[in-house]
Design a protein. Structure first.
Length: 430
């Protein structure tokens, strides 16, 4: 069933507002964001930047680990609302589902086991999978990046306006696929994907990509698809300008995610766009906030990070919200739902920088299946039967006979009138 004209008009108006990513200065100079929902988000702070620059920054890798050791706990928090929460407004989707019953695997540097303990933001919802390289288990996170991604996916809301996961009732399965410096290989990623699929995950967020395809990784992606697992991966590394595909995002069937900033446009080191002359060959399916994100870090406190990996975590959390309401969706249907309900960029689709648009949790979860499906095919054309030519022939013959009779009568009348004129003139009749 097609939506009514007023509903379509409202949806179109909402799309225009979100595509422009309106940022208005509110009372007392406070920054207010409008996200895909088209509803004003919470006030961030008077004159404060949404980039959370006052918090320690975590990255995909930790190059100085040999000299400086593992990343230290943050010990710092910021109470203002993160801009990505104001932009996405995941709480608008929570009446429909909060991720309960859905397991999201986070493939990265591990997830600090403390997040799953009493008082942790993943309390009772953190499962520790394997560590595929080095000593210890997946509950040890030297880099801090995997912990950050897990919190973006499923951290429970606190009492204030601080960071919160998109799906605060989802379960996180930690799978450690990097060394203590945060680097990985195609083989480690392949083993991690298989471990996620065998561990019951319906969604797997890949935190660190590799630059080239590999047969083992190709086979693992196929294995996940056969197990009905949706793979969500960054379309580019966090610390590089992405021109060439990275993997597993470069494989068909993997949801490739780019990052956008508070203005709604491609942010930082993402794939190039036609409008900016980037000329990227990397595919992008969806975009999500990825600049100056804020979430819990290892050992306590909050940290900040930027890049497509964080955007992928937000998309993974949104997928968990959808599955918590519609658990029978296949991985392909789930990906199609996220793409169909994304906030459109107002350009030809798919846009080279943001794909089908920016993920919209409320729209993705609230959409009924027919709202997110492709338009129905046109009704078949019915060819009427050939007309009865007998009736047409009879009508033609009758019309011809009538015309002939009319002509004869007219000629007879003309002859009578001519005879009368000759008689009146004294002329002999013919």
């Amino acid at each position: 069933m097609n939506p009514s004209r007023p509903a379509r008009a409202r949806r179109a108006a909402r799309a225009v507002r979100a595509a422009r990513a309106v940022r208005a200065i509110g009372a007392a100079g406070a920054l207010v964001l409008l996200g895909p929902s088209g509803v004003a988000g919470a006030v961030v702070a008077d004159g404060a930047s949404p980039a959370a620059a006052d918090l320690p920054v975590v990255t995909q890798t930790l190059p100085g680990v040999q000299q400086d050791g593992c990343r230290r706990p943050s010990g710092r928090t910021a109470d203002r609302t993160p801009w990505e929460r104001a932009y996405l407004r995941p709480e608008a989707a929570w009446p429909y589902g909060r991720g309960a019953g859905v397991t999201v695997a986070v493939l990265g540097s591990g997830v600090d086991a403390g997040l799953g303990g009493d008082g942790g933001v993943l309390a009772g919802r953190l499962r520790l999978g394997p560590r595929l390289y080095g000593p210890g288990g997946a509950g040890r996170d030297c880099v801090g990046h995997g912990t950050f991604l897990a919190a973006l996916v499923a951290a429970r809301p606190g009492s204030g306006p601080g960071p919160v996961g998109v799906a605060p009732e989802a379960t996180v399965l930690a799978v450690a696929v990097t060394d203590d410096a945060g680097t990985t290989t195609a083989d480690l990623l392949a083993r991690g994907i298989r471990a996620a699929a065998d561990g019951g995950a319906r969604i797997a967020v890949v935190g660190v990509p590799v630059p080239a395809p590999d047969q083992a990784l190709t086979d693992a992606v196929g294995y996940a698809a056969a197990k009905n697992v949706l793979l969500v991966a960054p379309a580019a590394p966090d610390d590089q300008q992405g021109a060439d595909p990275v993997y597993p995002a470069g494989y068909p069937g993997v949801l490739a995610v780019a990052a956008v900033g508070p203005g709604g446009t491609a942010a930082g080191p993402t794939t190039g766009s036609a409008s900016s002359g980037g000329g990227s060959t990397a595919r992008v399916d969806l975009a999500a906030p990825g600049e100056g994100l804020r979430a819990a870090g290892p050992g306590g406190g909050q940290v900040s990070s930027s890049g497509p990996s964080g955007a992928a975590a937000l998309v993974g959390g949104t997928a968990a919200l959808v599955l918590s309401r519609e658990p029978d969706l296949t991985a392909a249907q789930l990906a199609a739902r996220l793409e169909a309900t994304a906030y459109r960029p107002g350009t030809a689709l798919p846009d080279p920088a943001v794909g089908w648009g920016t993920v919209d949790p409320a729209a993705a979860v609230a959409a009924r299946p027919q709202d997110a499906a492709v338009p129905p095919a046109a009704a078949p054309v019915t060819v009427p039967p050939a007309p009865d030519r007998t009736a047409a022939t009879r009508a033609t013959a009758l019309a011809a006979a009538s015309a002939l009779l009319t002509a004869v009568v007219a000629l007879a009348a003309a002859a009578v009138r001519a005879g009368r004129r000759r008689a009146a003139a004294g002329e002999p009749s013919a």
